[in-house]
Design a protein around this ligand. Structure first.
Ligand SMILES: [Cu+2]
Length: 63
């Protein structure tokens, strides 16, 4: 399980965009987003850096 904090998520659109960004790297990824805590949990065979890069490119830098 790879976990990110994505501070710039604020609504359902952001959740969709974040999910899409992860799935572009790994279509088989299991993505769970908790908007209240701004946590994104990803089950993926991809490494953390690749996922973080995709999220940043989509406009959602991770911490
Ligand atoms: Cu939003």
């Amino acid at each position: 399980m790879i976990e990110f904090e994505v501070k710039d998520m604020s609504c359902g659109h952001c959740v969709g965009a974040v999910t899409k960004a992860v799935k572009q790297v790994d279509p088989a990824a299991n993505v769970q987003v908790d908007l209240a805590t701004k946590k994104v949990s990803v089950e993926s065979s991809e490494d953390r850096a690749s996922l973080a890069e995709a999220l940043a490119e989509a406009g959602y830098p991770t911490t």
